[in-house]
Ligand binder design. Structure first.
Ligand SMILES: O=P(O)(O)OC[C@H]1O[C@H](O[C@H]2O[C@H](CO)[C@@H](O)[C@H](O)[C@H]2O)[C@H](O)[C@@H](O)[C@@H]1O
Length: 344
């Protein structure tokens, strides 16, 4: 949800990559295709001449053309809000889109019926899902009402927050010790206080404020020194670009360009490429007005959901209904996992 849109209708999606995910929910987002973005990318010799790596490390960002991808990563609020659409054609586009991506809220009863007699596990993305999208990443607070809603639901179902942010940061925002947390796009998983993740490679630490132990699983820990080095390089190389923000997400790094003038986006992309091109063990993905650098390991939000379902003893069970609520491309890996529960 973009705060400026004032429009937050979660939708059920049946888009091609996740066609079976009838119970996965995304926030309302129109497909974005902009002639302007194409024009910019055609004029950007800088980016289009960046050599493509055979490793596929720069995967989705480069394969789409950096600037197209950067532009389309977070559609402007005006096209999200039906009330802002003036022409009949735009209205038609909106209606067609809502037919393809119907609101989960309007199908709530159907979802309840799917859930009858099933054990539910709830997975929640943070930014854009529990909190509104805002200009300043450090100010993406969730409301007290949202916190109470999450707290209430966690009384009934195991509930996890799955975020691209560092686990510490997302914990600080949500501040509910009874939840599971998976920060750094699932690469930093923590059990609720006093519980275990039931995995041979998890370890116990005493970080909980009440002195209770929590259990951690961190499949990318060997990448920490490399990520720290890249973080320093990125902070240094982007320091003169006004509005850029490099965020330390522990096992990954976010380079935000939301507050950078559009004419400088190419420069942001170039800085990122210059730094990470010498790190074949890192890859680049993108989210909403953000480039994200992470280790090349076979791990993502979907893997974190699978891991947690296993931890909870809920994997491959006929009577389990995993529900994932998210708004971003990185959530699609998790949508796929939930949609694989085909018996639903
Ligand atoms: O997986 P998520 O919990 O959705 O986290 C994804 C990224 O979210 C944050 O950035 C996004 O939200 C910011 C605050 O609203 C916004 O300013 C930014 O433009 C968005 O990309 C977070 O700062 C990133 O580190 C996360 O990776």
């Amino acid at each position: 949800m973009d705060i400026k849109s004032g429009h937050s209708s979660p939708v059920m999606t049946d888009s091609p990559p996740i066609s079976n995910s009838r119970l996965t929910i995304r926030q309302n987002r129109l497909p974005y295709s902009s002639a302007a973005a194409t024009a910019i990318s055609q004029n950007s010799n800088l980016l289009l001449t960046v050599p493509r790596k055979k490793t596929g490390i720069l995967d989705d960002v480069k394969s789409n053309g950096w600037l197209d991808a950067m532009k389309s990563s977070s559609p402007p609020p005006t096209i999200l809000n039906k009330d802002n659409l003036t022409s009949d054609a735009a209205d038609m586009t909106y209606r067609e889109w809502t037919l393809k991506y119907p609101s989960a809220l309007s199908s709530f009863e159907k979802i309840m019926n799917f859930g009858k007699g099933k054990r539910i596990a709830l997975f929640l993305d943070y930014d854009g899902t529990l909190s509104p999208i805002v200009e300043e990443p450090d100010c993406a607070y969730m409301s007290s009402a949202m916190r109470s809603a999450v707290q209430n639901v966690a009384k009934y179902f195991p509930t996890a927050i799955i975020s691209g942010r560092s686990r510490d940061k997302v914990y600080e925002f949500v501040n509910l010790s009874e939840l599971y947390y998976a920060g750094s796009h699932g690469m930093d998983i923590m059990s609720p206080a006093g519980e275990s993740l039931n995995h041979e490679h998890s370890r116990t630490v005493s970080v909980n404020e009440q002195g209770k132990d929590v259990n951690l699983f961190q499949p990318a820990s060997e990448f920490l020194p490399m990520i720290d080095k890249v973080l320093c390089s990125l902070i240094e190389s982007t320091k003169d670009i006004k509005g850029v923000k490099v965020e330390d997400n522990k096992f990954c790094i976010s380079v935000h360009y939301r507050n950078v003038e559009e004419k400088n986006w190419a420069l942001v992309a170039q800085c990122v490429d210059d730094v990470i091109r010498t790190y074949p063990k890192l890859r680049l993905t993108h989210g909403r007005k953000v480039l994200e650098i992470r280790p090349v390991i076979d791990w993502d939000k979907g893997k974190a959901v699978t891991f947690l379902l296993e931890s909870l003893g809920l994997n491959n069970c006929e009577d389990v209904l995993p529900i994932y609520v998210g708004d971003d491309r990185t959530d699609e890996d998790a949508f796929k996992v939930c949609s694989s529960y085909k018996h639903i």
